[in-house]
Design a binder for this molecule. Structure first.
Ligand code: ZN
Length: 319
C-alpha cells in the first residue's frame, strides 16, 4: 500500500473566467494571544505585551489603509481573545469590507489535544467573534497551523466552508472530513516560505529564527513565489502578522508586493472565502488524507489508514 500523488498538483482547478491564478493576502491578528498561549506567565512582561499589542493598536489601521489604497479585500484570522480585547479593531476590519475568519480562542496549542477540548476552543472563538462584531466566520486557520485528524469534522459540524492550515498543495482542494464521512470541506494550503514569522519575527525568549531579514530580500522572495504560482495557475497565500509586517519598512514592502501581484495578468486577488466558495462550486474531486501509523518504531514499516483515495462528488455538495 502506498500513498497517492496529486498528479494534477499544478493545475487542479479552473479559475473564474479571465483568471489564470489566485492570490490572497491574509493577516493573523494574534496580538497577545499567541505569547500567552505559549507561556501564561508572559503577561507579566510589559514590553513583550506591547510588542504584541502593536498589531491591533498601530499596525491594523496602517494595513487597512494600504488595502484601501490598493483596492483589494483581504482575510483576517482573529483569535477570540483578540476580538474580546480589541472589539473596535475587529469592527473596523469588518466595516472596511474584509473577511474575518476563525483562529482559535487563545491561540491554543492544538498538538495532541482531544476533540472535545478542541471543540470547546472553537466554540469559544465563535462566541467571541459573534459578540465583538457579529461575525459568523466560514473559514478557519488552526493556531500554529496545527490541524488534528479530528479537526475537519468539528469544523463541518459547525458549518465551516474551509480550512487553511495544511501544507500539501499549491492550490485549494476539497477533502473528506473523516474516512467514510460524506461531508467535505475546502482546504486552502499554506507554506512556511510565505509566512512573515520566519522572515522577521524576533523577541528574546519567545521566537524564532532570531533573524530580522531585510524587507528587500523578503519582497524578492515573495515576488518569486507569486510569479511561480501565477505561472502554474495555482494559489498564492501570504500569511502576515500585523505586529510583525505592519511595522514601517515591512508594510511598505508589503504594499509593493501587492502592487506587483495585482499587476500579474489574470491574477485573481481576493479573500479566502471567495476562493473557497469558488472551489466548492467548481471542483468535483474530493480527497481523503491517508494517515500514517508507524507500528513499532524504528524497525518496521508504516501503515496507511485509510488508503488515499480520490472520488468525484457533485460540485456544490460540500459543506
Ligand atoms: Zn496565529
Amino acid at each position: 500500500m502506498t500513498l497517492e500523488a496529486f498528479p494534477d498538483a499544478a493545475h487542479p482547478i479552473t479559475w473564474p473566467e479571465g483568471k489564470r491564478a489566485a492570490a490572497s493576502f491574509t493577516f493573523d491578528v494574534d496580538a497577545e494571544s499567541c505569547t500567552i498561549a505559549h507561556d501564561p506567565k508572559s503577561t507579566s512582561r510589559m514590553s513583550l505585551m506591547t510588542h504584541q499589542s502593536y498589531g491591533p493598536k498601530v499596525a491594523v489601521p496602517r494595513l487597512l489603509q494600504i488595502l484601501q489604497r490598493q483596492d483589494i479585500r483581504a482575510t483576517f484570522f482573529v483569535p477570540g481573545f483578540t476580538a474580546e480585547c480589541y472589539p473596535d479593531t475587529v469592527r473596523r476590519i469588518v466595516d472596511a469590507g474584509h473577511e474575518v475568519a476563525h483562529h482559535g480562542y487563545l491561540h491554543e496549542p492544538m498538538q495532541g489535544i482531544d476533540a472535545e477540548t478542541e471543540a470547546r476552543y472553537i466554540d469559544r472563538g465563535l462566541e467571541a467573534l459573534a459578540k465583538a462584531a457579529g461575525v459568523e466566520p466560514v473559514g478557519y486557520r488552526a493556531p500554529w497551523w496545527e490541524l488534528n485528524w479530528h479537526s475537519a469534522g468539528l469544523l463541518a459540524d459547525r458549518g465551516f466552508l474551509y480550512d487553511s492550515s495544511l501544507l500539501d498543495g499549491d492550490a485549494p482542494y476539497r477533502f473528506t472530513v473523516a474516512p467514510g464521512d460524506t461531508r467535505d470541506i475546502v482546504e486552502i494550503p499554506v507554506d512556511w516560505a510565505l509566512d512573515d514569522w520566519e522572515q522577521y519575527a524576533f523577541y528574546p525568549g519567545v521566537t524564532g529564527s532570531g533573524v530580522i531579514e531585510s524587507p528587500a530580500k523578503v519582497l524578492e522572495m515573495w515576488t518569486l513565489e507569486a510569479e511561480a504560482h501565477h505561472a502554474q495557475g495555482s494559489c498564492f497565500v501570504l500569511t502576515n502578522h500585523p505586529f510583525i509586517s505592519g511595522r514601517p519598512s515591512k508594510a511598505v514592502a508589503l504594499e509593493r508586493l501587492i502592487e506587483r501581484v495585482k499587476a500579474m495578468d489574470g491574477m485573481w486577488v481576493t479573500t479566502m472565502e471567495d476562493i473557497a466558495e469558488h472551489t466548492r462550486r467548481t471542483v468535483q474531486e474530493v480527497h481523503t488524507h491517508a494517515r500514517i501509523e508507524v507500528l513499532a518504531f524504528p524497525d518496521t514499516g508504516a501503515r496507511f489508514t485509510p488508503p488515499a483515495v480520490r472520488e468525484s462528488r457533485p460540485a456544490a455538495a460540500g459543506s
